[in-house]
Design a protein around this ligand. Structure first.
Ligand SMILES: Nc1ncnc2c1ncn2[C@@H]1O[C@H](COP(=O)(O)OP(=O)(O)OP(=O)(O)O)[C@@H](O)[C@H]1O
Length: 244
């Protein structure tokens, strides 16, 4: 297996506060890696460093062999981020949003149209193709947002809370879609829905106060914590060391 992401002593400080604290681990190509933690654990800060939005204070990470500290431009070429807040233009139609994004990626008009056709088919967006994006339901907006992130054919995709606020049916639909992206794309998924991390992730990292509390498959984390459910395992790891 090839390493997609190798993180080495990555640290972020804001003033005297250490928000990501000397983290090291690797993610394999084709892996779906879940990042969990309570609010303020440092997940978003870690994702922002890996996607070259902010610089580390210390340490480094290589994405497909490229250092985020030395070659952020090259790293940006192989990744895409589907942020919590959707990146869609509300007054444009679904097709216009896709074609606009393809244009931003440097595709000419005809290629942009072909790419939009491809994404519309892949994400079953045909019924909404000519509908203004702001009139779509939350679930369809999320799908469009992920489709837009995939236009650049990233080898690494960061999905930040992809199903936030969706009902269970909308969430399940997105799970099926995310499952299909696995293998071809390495995915780093942050979520607060434990059942989502458990259902989708090959491995899960639980963070707290900027540090890693546990890494492993959901099954391994349940076994290590000698609990019987993933929720109990999560609680065990985030409470570990706290005075009860
Ligand atoms: N620009 C900043 N300046 C100062 N502190 C910051 C900054 N950005 C984040 N922090 C702090 O870093 C800590 C980690 O924040 P981060 O957003 O990475 O956590 P998170 O795990 O993503 O939380 P959530 O689940 O709530 O999104 C928090 O205490 C936050 O207040």
């Amino acid at each position: 297996m090839t390493t997609a992401i190798a993180i080495d002593s990555l640290t972020k400080k804001y003033g005297t506060k250490t928000v990501v604290d000397n983290i090291s681990f690797s993610i394999q190509e084709g892996e779906l890696f879940g990042l969990l933690g309570v609010n303020g654990a440092g997940k978003t800060t870690l994702i922002k460093m890996l996607s070259c939005l902010i610089k580390p204070t210390y340490g480094d990470a290589t994405l497909l062999g490229k250092s985020i500290a030395q070659y952020p431009e090259q790293v940006r070429k192989v990744i895409a981020v589907s942020p919590q807040e959707t990146a869609i233009a509300p007054n444009l139609t679904v097709r216009e949003n896709l074609e606009l994004m393809a244009g931003v990626q440097g595709l000419h008009k005809a290629d942009a149209k072909t790419k939009a056709d491809e994404m519309i088919a892949q994400f079953s967006l045909q019924p909404y193709e000519y509908q203004r994006s702001k009139t779509l339901s939350g679930g369809w907006q999320r799908k469009l947002s992920i489709a837009m992130a995939l236009i650049s054919e990233p080898r690494i995709l960061f999905l930040d809370e992809p199903t936030l606020g969706l009902d269970i049916l909308g969430r399940r639909e997105l799970w099926v879609l995310i499952e299909k992206l696995k293998e071809k794309t390495t995915i780093i998924l942050t979520t607060h829905y434990l059942e989502e991390a458990e259902a989708l992730s090959d491995r899960i990292c639980i963070m707290k106060n900027g540090q890693i509390k546990a890494i492993g498959s959901a099954k391994e984390l349940i076994e290590t914590s000698t609990t019987t459910s993933f929720e109990d395992a999560f609680v065990y790891f985030v409470m570990e060391g706290d005075v009860q």
